[in-house]
Design a protein around this ligand. Structure first.
Ligand code: MN
Length: 256
């Protein structure tokens, strides 16, 4: 079968982000795609959707000849409106990234990049989130080529309903990539603090700072693997239920 797959590409860094451009360029060799991405940066908006404001959509020419739309909403908005209104056919894959900065540990919860893939999965599509684990001097070229190959592999094998992949790629040179590790979501938190400042009128305000995730020294964990230059692939699912605790809770005889 020589039919090219059709992919919905989005991100949370905004439609002009270099990581999105690198991903689209790499995929154009093997797939057709439509880009539907936020007009402005939406990092750490999590799974937010826009309910109380209109969603404005404009054509974006930056990916010509492939179609692209710029949405003044969140990553989850982009996937939802793409599937429900903008695409004229169903995508074979929803691809989110390539994010500037890792999405490992508890960051996974805040991540707009991951949430776009979550939304794709909720709507019933095979989905991947991809991040490059640096905030400085990013070189997305190897990450884009790896993602292209992984996307074709995922399309070949498929994923169970409700499951999507969170991929984190170390920002080392290609020769230094140690391999691929299938991992679990870590528990690591950002080292973060609130900077307490004064505005020009003397009023106090706070600014959340801190970008580095604390690393768990364990190759089986997402952030531990990328720290050791492995590509981390974590299968995630959006059903948050802990099934093994249901029986225990029933035994408490919680009553009205
Ligand atoms: Mn981001």
């Amino acid at each position: 079968v020589s039919e090219r797959p059709y992919i919905l590409i989005t991100n949370d860094d905004g439609i002009q982000a270099p990581g999105l451009m690198a991903l689209a360029r790499a995929l154009s060799e093997v797939a057709d795609f439509t880009v539907v991405a936020p007009a402005s940066e939406q990092s750490a908006v999590g799974h937010a959707i826009t309910l109380s404001d209109p969603l404005r959509v404009s054509d974006y020419k930056g990916f010509s000849p492939q179609t692209a739309f710029m949405v003044d909403g969140t990553p989850a908005d982009c996937v939802k409106i793409a599937i429900r209104s903008l695409l004229d056919r169903e995508p074979d894959l929803v691809l989110s990234g390539i994010n500037l900065g890792g999405n490992t540990g508890i960051n996974t919860i805040y991540s707009g990049t991951v949430s776009a893939a979550t939304e794709g999965s909720i709507l019933g599509y095979t989905s991947l989130a991809v991040s490059l684990t640096t905030f400085t001097d990013p070189d997305f070229s190897y990450a884009a080529r790896f993602t292209r190959a992984l996307s074709l592999l995922v399309l070949e094998h498929g994923l169970p309903p409700g499951v999507f992949l969170n991929v984190n790629i170390p920002a080392c040179s290609e020769e230094d990539v140690a391999g691929v590790m299938i991992t679990r979501q870590g528990g690591a938190l950002y080292r973060e603090e609130f900077d307490r400042r004064h505005d020009p009128r003397g009023r106090v305000y706070y600014w959340l700072t801190g970008q580095e995730v604390e690393v768990e020294d364990d190759l089986a964990v997402d952030n531990g693997a990328v720290q050791k230059n492995y590509i981390s692939i974590t299968p995630l699912h959006f059903d948050l239920t802990r099934y093994d605790l249901q029986e225990e809770l029933r035994s408490w005889n919680i009553h009205t």
